[in-house]
Design a protein around this ligand. Structure first.
Ligand SMILES: Nc1ncnc2c1ncn2[C@@H]1O[C@H](COP(=O)(O)OP(=O)(O)O)[C@@H](O)[C@H]1O
Ligand SMILES: Nc1ccn([C@@H]2O[C@H](COP(=O)(O)OP(=O)(O)O)[C@@H](O)[C@H]2O)c(=O)n1
Length: 212
């Protein structure tokens, strides 16, 4: 079974995806980290983020061992990822890896921007997670501070809004709710309530239609 979780920056999709994967004994892929890894490689080698051919080459030769590099979490890398991820050849280069991951038994939870719309359009369950931008900025700021990174909430909010704008308006695989995705507003839920709501959605969809 594949569970697809999409949503804007810092909406809580990664937290939910991780918890759902643990609950069901599935593997989890944070697809944002892949775009972050491409962006980080370009930034550290001084390649222009809009150099599509070089970026696609980096995407094709990515080593998943680099995905847990803590440097990928920074706001700078997140913004750069949102520039790089709009390049069609970069997205194309990463499709096979994501689909291959999703197809492994017993099941997988993938979170990102286009999982339910492009990568896994036949996913058994699709959840579209949203939260008020100011709440997302607060949570992301706390997260950065807890890692010991300086973070200014107003700047984080501006970054989140700019990234949402870019992600929603790119021509290829824009961020949007798939028609068959269930909306989960995470603004006023604590993590445990959000996880319960997500499990309830999975169970309701599984009970209603056996597309597993
Ligand atoms: N329901 C929630 N209540 C409070 N904090 C949350 C909630 N969900 C996620 N967070 C926190 O908000 C931040 C962003 O969550 P994350 O799951 O990384 O979002 P995304 O994967 O959408 O970018 C993290 O620090 C996470 O611990
Ligand atoms: N499936 C995905 C996942 C991420 N991305 C891009 O990668 C950037 C970083 O994604 P992320 O999920 O790590 O970002 P956060 O939501 O964690 O802040 C996003 O702003 C998108 O531009 C994408 O285009 N498609």
């Amino acid at each position: 079974m594949i569970i697809a979780i999409d949503g804007p920056a810092a909406s809580g999709k990664g937290t939910l995806a991780k918890r759902l994967a643990a609950h069901y004994g599935f593997r989890h892929l944070d697809t944002g980290v892949i775009y972050r890894a491409v962006a980080h490689a370009l930034l550290t080698t001084g390649v222009d983020l809009k150099d599509e051919a070089r970026a696609a080459q980096v995407a094709l030769t990515l080593d998943s061992a680099t995905f847990d590099n803590p440097a990928l979490k920074s706001q700078t890398v997140g913004s750069a990822a949102s520039v790089v991820s709009a390049l069609p050849k970069v997205r194309e280069a990463l499709v096979a890896f994501q689909r291959q991951f999703a197809s492994q038994p017993p099941g997988a939870v993938l979170d990102g921007r286009d999982i339910g719309t492009v990568i896994c359009p036949d996913a058994a369950v699709k959840i579209y997670v949203v939260a008020d931008p100011r709440i997302r900025a607060q949570r992301r700021t706390l997260e950065a501070l807890s890692r010991g990174e300086p973070a200014d909430e107003a700047a984080v909010l501006a970054d989140i809004l700019a990234r949402d704008e870019r992600d929603q308006n790119r021509p290829i695989a824009p961020l949007k709710q798939a028609p068959d995705a269930i909306l989960l507003d995470n603004s006023h839920l604590d993590i445990e309530s959000g996880v319960r709501a997500a499990i309830d959605i999975v169970e309701a969809v599984r009970a209603g239609r056996q597309r597993v």
